[in-house]
Design a protein around this ligand. Structure first.
Ligand code: ZN
Length: 181
């Protein structure tokens, strides 16, 4: 995994590119939930489900299939002001989909663990991006190991390779919003 902070921050950056009829904090909160939630699959370890199982860590909850359906689930249940399948609904769905899918993409850029089952449940192979792009120091599973030298190395790499590009995206989103007013 990348750290939960970085997954959430990516959702904020993506959110800055979209127009919404909802208040920004509500919209961003759901984006952040979508971006962080795939790691709920670490519970699988507690139930003895192996890492490389389709229900294991970085398995189905990290797939594009999950992102499509989870984004629809959230858009239907928590964005009821939007008529389902209207253009504002699709825009919200797309934002939530990108946030959820961004999770697996960031994980596939990390240096450790098993790869991401992007195409589960149809194909349970695990994928990473090519080694030259895997610059994110993998985050420890569980909070205990995060506070220490390992956590610092994780945050340093994420700041450089995720936070800075996200800040650039946010500035672009802000300028775009200003120009379209
Ligand atoms: Zn993950």
């Amino acid at each position: 995994m990348a750290s939960a902070f970085t997954h959430a921050f990516s959702a904020l950056a993506l959110g800055s590119l979209f127009k919404t009829t909802y208040s920004k904090w509500y919209y961003w909160m759901w984006g952040m939930i979508c971006a962080v939630l795939p790691d709920a699959d670490v519970l699988a370890f507690r139930y003895g489900i192996p890492y490389d199982h389709v229900l294991g860590h970085r398995g189905i909850t990290h797939s594009f299939f999950f992102a499509v359906f989870f984004a629809a689930f959230v858009a239907i249940l928590f964005f009821r002001k939007n008529t389902i399948f209207s253009s504002s609904w699709w825009r919200t769905w797309f934002y939530l989909f990108l946030c959820t899918a961004s999770h697996g993409i960031l994980d596939a850029l990390t240096t450790g663990g098993l790869g991401v089952a992007f195409f589960a449940p149809f194909d349970n192979s695990r994928y990473f991006f090519p080694d030259e792009y895997r610059r994110l120091v993998v985050s420890p599973i569980g909070v205990k190991h995060f506070f220490g030298a390992w956590g610092v190395r994780v945050l340093k790499s994420e700041f450089l390779w995720v936070w800075i590009p996200c800040l650039v995206i946010m500035v672009v989103g802000f300028v775009k919003a200003r120009l379209s007013r």
